[in-house]
Design a binder for this molecule. Structure first.
Ligand code: UT7
Length: 331
């Protein structure tokens, strides 16, 4: 008789954001913007910016230690560390390898996935596959990004949007077949690569004095285009993962969407016909923290006791690539 593949479940979560708060009024002192514009167009009121002597791995380490503690597991229990990030400490090696050393993990394999704002969902989905295959029992899944280091602080169309943070989840074999990650899907459309990207610093256009002078090492974004495709794509993929899990929209207890813009989240909720009371929004506090946004929000709602046993939670994200994804979890 063949044994059913084990289901994976989130055993613990943790998060970390820098202490330094930058408000909309602070930004209005350096670029031509206002608290009113930023609040009405994005819902963001403030964001956290990482202090100069720290890197993405420092936030990732704190979030990971909190997730391990929450799961009641030790670093020695981990088989794999998978990090979603587009702002690793170094071009290489991976942030996951740096994190592995900082945590003192041994006998693990660690790697990054770069799917920008969808990074955590990609990492979660990959961990789910490893666990289902039997190769991994416990994985540390992290989303950590420090986009403040890649912003043009003279470009008001982008510098107001992003913030820094890290979130982590310990994902392991579920002890209950009905609970855990019920379905997940990932999707990309690389034809939009230059709609949201950093022009220089890669192999196509390595750093030169000219690229620095032209401010090509910071985020370029066609925000309107991203907005349109984001809402449509997140709706579609959310419906698909619910179908895969043989669930309908009304079964969803809570949605934890990527936090890029409050207007994207409300448009998505309206298209899915999900009331906003079921949708988590914390973009006002942190801005868009890229791969960190979902695990930070998930950790906050878990710690606030907003997720009960048996609740169906829908996660969905969208970002540069374009890359997007969704997952349905029964807690
Ligand atoms: O995680 C995925 C990555 N990113 C996203 O999901 C972001 C998706 N896009 C968005 O959230 C929105 O498109 C933005 C918030 C980026 C922009 O909102 P918008 O409603 O699309 O504004 P817009 O870019 O069309 O700009 C409207 C006006 C422009 O002025 P004119 O041309 O109408 O005179 C901009 O120059 O607002 C101006 N503007 C600003 N004004 C004050 C742009 N940025 C600012 C600013 N403060 N910070």
């Amino acid at each position: 008789m063949t044994q059913a593949a084990p289901r994976s479940a989130i055993l613990g979560t943790g998060s970390a954001v820098p202490a330094t708060v930058v408000t909309n009024d602070d930004l209005a002192k350096i670029v031509d913007t206002s608290d009113e514009w930023i609040t009405t167009r994005t819902g963001i009121k403030e964001r956290r910016v990482l202090e100069g002597d720290k890197a993405a791995s420092d936030l990732a380490r704190l979030a990971s230690e909190r997730a391990l503690e929450d799961a009641g597991l030790d670093v020695a229990d981990l088989d794999a560390i998978i990090v979603g990030t587009c702002t690793a400490d170094y071009q290489f090696p991976s942030l996951a390898c740096v994190l592995e050393a900082k945590l003192g993990a041994r006998d693990v394999f660690s790697f990054d996935v770069n799917a920008a704002c969808s990074g955590f969902l990609n990492a979660l989905s990959v961990s789910d596959m490893f666990i289902r295959s039997g190769r991994v029992r416990n994985a540390l899944v992290v989303g950590s990004d420090v986009l403040s280091r890649f912003l043009d602080w003279q470009d008001r169309s982008t510098c107001i949007l992003f913030g820094d943070g890290a979130g982590a989840a310990v994902v392991g074999v579920s002890d209950d077949d009905d609970r855990g990650i019920l379905s997940s899907r990932l999707q990309t459309d690389g034809s939009y690569a230059e709609t949201l990207y950093i022009r220089a610093g890669g192999s196509k256009k390595p750093a030169t004095q000219e690229t620095v002078e032209n401010r090509e090492h910071s985020i370029f974004m066609n925000g309107k285009e991203v907005f349109k495709v984001a809402v449509r794509s997140m709706e579609e993929i959310s419906r698909r993962v619910l179908d895969d899990a043989e669930l309908c929209v009304d079964d969803v207890s809570l949605v934890v969407p990527h936090q890029a813009n409050r207007r994207i989240i409300t448009a998505l909720a309206a298209r899915l016909s999900i009331p906003m009371e079921k949708v988590i929004v914390n973009v006002h506090k942190y801005g868009n923290t890229s791969a960190a946004s979902i695990p930070v929000a998930l950790d906050e709602v878990r710690r606030e006791g907003r997720i009960a046993d048996g609740d169906i939670v829908l996660l969905n994200a969208f970002g540069a690539g374009f890359a997007w994804g969704a997952a349905v979890i029964r807690f």
